[in-house]
Ligand binder design. Structure first.
Ligand code: SAH
Length: 264
């Protein structure tokens, strides 16, 4: 998805966390990752260095109020292993990157923001875990790997077979424990494993699929990019379920790939 400068959505009300200062491409963040890489170059430490990821996370923590569990997961997961090797040197910059078939891996600050919002849902706050997660749009599997570190189990749906296969390869043995990848239309959710304490979408639609609301557990939270009112682009939508009550909150503007129907 996202590499357009995101404007604050004017109707952003009420927010459970301080909104990030800005979601503009972060020059200092890029510099931090590059500086960390450069500092260590003489000793031969490369992209797999924890120092490079730490520099990224420190910026996310300071500038984007990244939830501690999210920061920790981002320190652990090696983003460069999820992108084409030709793009690996950009993996710790705050930028989105192509993953093939016209799709993109979201930039780290947006991923951190969405996962932090998810972590502030009622049941996640109560239990300290994202619980049972439904992810729509597996892509290359990077966010799935992050989710897996914060959840009881993750079920991730992807509609493009080559990306579903790519994520399968990228996630490798990590999948064995509690990640399940499904090739299908995520607009339908995945009823066999419902309900879900946390639902997150990496593609933006014009409407909120009814299936997602039905499959959201009581006390659960959904975070998804959604087409805002006419001509206003996409904004992050948060839905909290308490019994039969679904409370919707719109947050800042974002720019995600479209949520499509069917499989390819
Ligand atoms: N979070 C992902 C980014 C994925 S980009 C990552 O870390 O790589 C968004 C993904 O949503 C694309 O792979 C796209 O194919 C997928 N997508 C779009 N509509 C979908 C649908 N209805 N069901 C499942 N996946 C969908």
């Amino acid at each position: 998805m996202n590499d357009k400068p995101a404007r604050r959505f004017p109707a952003a009300l009420p927010q459970s966390t301080p909104a990030p200062k800005t979601l503009r491409p972060q020059a200092p963040l890029q510099h931090a990752a590059r500086d960390a890489a450069q500092q260590h170059r003489p000793s031969g430490i490369g992209l797999d260095s924890a120092a490079v990821r730490l520099a990224l996370v420190q910026r996310l923590r300071a500038e984007f109020h990244c939830h501690e569990a999210v920061c920790q997961a981002m320190r652990e997961v090696q983003r460069h292993l999820f992108v084409d090797s030709a793009l690996a040197t950009q993996a710790y910059e705050d930028t989105s990157l192509p993953i093939g078939l016209g799709q993109t891996i979201s930039k780290p600050s947006v991923v951190a923001r969405m996962l932090s919002l998810l972590h502030e849902g009622a049941s996640a706050r109560r239990t300290g875990s994202l619980g049972r997660v439904l992810e729509i749009g597996t892509g290359c599997g990077y966010q799935t790997a992050l989710l897996a570190r914060m959840a009881q189990r993750v079920l991730s749906v992807e509609r493009l077979k080559p990306l579903h296969d790519k994520a399968r390869a990228n996630l490798g043995e990590q999948r064995a424990s509690h990640i399940r990848l499904v090739y299908g239309d995520g607009r339908l959710g995945h009823p066999p494993n419902a309900p879900y304490d946390s639902i997150i979408a990496a593609a933006g639609g014009h409407d909120l699929p009814e299936a997602w609301l039905q499959q959201l557990a009581d006390g659960g939270r959904l975070v998804a990019p959604m087409q805002a009112a006419q001509g206003r682009g996409q904004a992050l939508l948060v839905v909290d379920r308490q019994g039969d009550d679904y409370r919707r909150t719109l947050h800042e503007a974002v720019h995600f790939v479209p949520l499509k129907s069917g499989i390819e």
